[in-house]
Design a protein. Sequence first.
Length: 583
Amino acid sequence: MRLDVLREIPDDSSLRADWNALALRMEHPQVFYTYEWALAVYRSYRSVGNTLLFLAYDDLNALCGVAALRLDPASRTICFLTANTGDYCDFLSAAERRAEFVSAALSELKKMGVRSLVFTNLPADSATVAAISGGARNHGLRCHMRTAYRCAQVQLQSKQAGPAPDPVPSHKKILRRFVNAMGRENPVRLEHRRTWEAIEPVLPEFRRAHVARFLVTGRISNLARPERHVFLTELAKLLSESGWVALTRMVSGDRVFAWNYGFLFQGTWFWYQPTFDSDVEKYSPGFCLLAKIVEEASGNPAVNVVDLGLGAEDYKDRFANQIRETLYVSLQNSALRHCREIVRDQAAAWVKARPPLERAIRSAILIGRGWTRGLPWQNVLSLSRRRFRDWWLGCECFCSGNQSVCGEIEGVQLCAMDLNHLAAAAMEYVDDEDTLSYLLRATRRLRSKQAEGFVLADAKGMPLHFVWQAPAYTSLAKNYRAPAGVFNGQDTVLLDAWTPGALRGRGHCVQALRLIAKDASIRSRRVWAYSSSGQELWERALLEAGFWKRFSLRRNSIFQRRPKTPTSTPSDEISAQGVSARV
């Protein structure tokens, strides 16, 4: 066996044919093993690490082994090139030559000075598992394996037993009720897009829906990152040439309720990247989409399995009638790193077996990250001291708008906030951690419907600034004692305004304040805002937008948490009750 090592995935039609022929001869062929998948990853994530492509040839110069790997230069760690995108990863070769191929690859990696190898999502039923165990001993590497994922599958038919029973008979009545509710005007149906010309127009809406759905669940979707979007785009282009990709939408008329970016490959229908419209969450559109896919697949003699992929979601258990395990395999040349790997895995397993403890630890980590915001530890103490001072001694200054400065703002528009705006912002400002945290908070507030959100957007609809407005009493009365008679039933207060870091200093906040003040003037309402200690920029924006200071609220005691009460300031020459504030 001759082993060639390449630093790229070449665009070679002959290699593509030989590679895919080898993938089809695997014990369980997967779309994740194909040349197209590796090429899409290489084109999309080229800057992530160094690609290592191992190609093995026999005496007749025929391709007999393929391994697409990635080297992390900093840690000198090797992993599968498709580890972050593929549900299954493996060394490709005939089963009888797997041990020889794996041993040759390990030998070459050892010569490169690689310190550790981590192979994730390796199928537990693959011949590679035994090959790695034997090869590790022969090359002086210490091997540690544990279960990575339990992939749920729906086995539809077999040569011996014929068609499998309906996997969800007890849920038919509920599914029918949900489907009928979504299809009141037009019947609900599945739409499959298999060509690039058909997939390209709907990819943006799929991406936006996926990002929006993750925001609702309190997470940032991987599709918010441009690299992931490029990957799915490249993958659709490449796989559509062979008819292996299937972007499925559940639609009723022009309304799309759910999506699944999946694949049809060698008798398997993959549930790879699904999402749904959160506005119809009460009808379980994702569950309905999967049920319809299973129903359609059961009537297709070319489909034997619906693979539900990675992740242990509860809804998958309602359909699954078999499980396929994948492994996490770690090879180390150091006994210390090997022991550390084992201890870490056992500690993680111990914590996961105690859900309350796991939730507490994860919450503590998230709080710690949010508190420090990635600052060096030397600055954390200073930040904490400043926040403590602002919380106890801060002075809230309420301001009222001035109608005379409110004019037309060209090139921007103020519109009501919705999930699409938040999803667009998540994709645009994905590298701004503070803005992502704000978007998650804004999503929770938007879903609670306790305040009204506004977005200042440019001509293309891209969000530039966010601000919230709520009735004055509901947002302030719980924490502050405003002077009697200051607020009336229609008064509103602005809160939680935010401009992404890359756009600050361009006047977007002032423009949003002016437009809000103008709208309030048309509705004959008064708008209030407040600024606490340490918010000089916000106070400056209020003044520039035509708001002026009316009164201040101070805490009565430093050591007791009493409500803040109003105190006079030089600007309060006229009592708040005697001033007619108009915006």
